[in-house]
Design a protein around this ligand. Structure first.
Ligand SMILES: *[C@@H]1O[C@H](CO)[C@@H](O)[C@H](O)[C@H]1NC(C)=O
Ligand SMILES: *[C@@H]1O[C@H](CO)[C@@H](O)[C@H](O)[C@H]1NC(C)=O
Ligand SMILES: [Zn+2]
Length: 167
């Protein structure tokens, strides 16, 4: 599977992590989140969101870095968060066994656009072909694993129909 272009940390101007620890691929879970914040439809506005989210996670949540493994914009791009090889802070008890993939926007009342959905499908295929995700990986929404609305009801109703979804 062709891997999508991933906007690297250097490209979006990420801050240096305060700490990091590695994870052992292949991972078992792909966990879908939303940021419940602003959506973005251009490279510039998505980069601005990435910086806001990283600042919030590092300065308000006190985490070492942006929490998610990857983020998806409605510009159709994948943005590198912690990436494939570093433990995230996205889902309690699942940070070391899953990748947290978060869609920028609030998807309670509306699902992400076609460009964002195509991007995640490519990312997931790519992850299996590169050995980051097990071929029999399980896809979940954050709400399946904790008390949260995340990734928003409209989006959750959609991912429930995806092939590797299992609540
Ligand atoms: C997301 O959108 C829903 C519906 O408009 C709203 O009730 C909720 O407060 C929003 N979430 C955040 C964190 O703003
Ligand atoms: C995992 O991520 C969550 C964020 O959802 C964070 O609160 C937690 O401290 C992280 N670590 C563990 C061991 O759950
Ligand atoms: Zn979440």
């Amino acid at each position: 599977a062709a891997c999508p272009t991933i906007i690297s940390r250097a490209q979006w101007g990420a801050r240096i992590p305060r700490c990091q620890s590695g994870v052992a691929a292949p991972m078992k879970y792909a966990i879908i989140h939303h940021t419940a914040w602003q959506c973005c439809t251009t490279l510039e506005s998505c980069i601005q969101q990435m910086k806001h989210i990283q600042n919030y996670h590092m300065d308000n949540k006190g985490w070492c870095d942006i929490g998610y493994s990857f983020l998806i914009g409605e510009d159709g791009n994948v943005y590198e968060g912690r990436g494939w090889n570093t433990e995230g802070a996205h889902t309690s008890n699942y940070n070391t066994t899953g990748y947290g993939i978060s869609f920028m926007g609030n998807f309670t009342n509306v699902a992400p656009n076609a460009a964002a959905l195509a991007a995640v499908k490519n990312l997931l295929c790519c992850a299996v072909s590169k050995g980051y995700l097990r071929p029999d990986y399980v896809l979940k929404g954050h709400r399946d694993l904790g008390t949260t609305e995340c990734p928003g009801s409209s989006f959750y109703n959609l991912i429930k129909k995806w092939p590797r979804f299992h609540a």
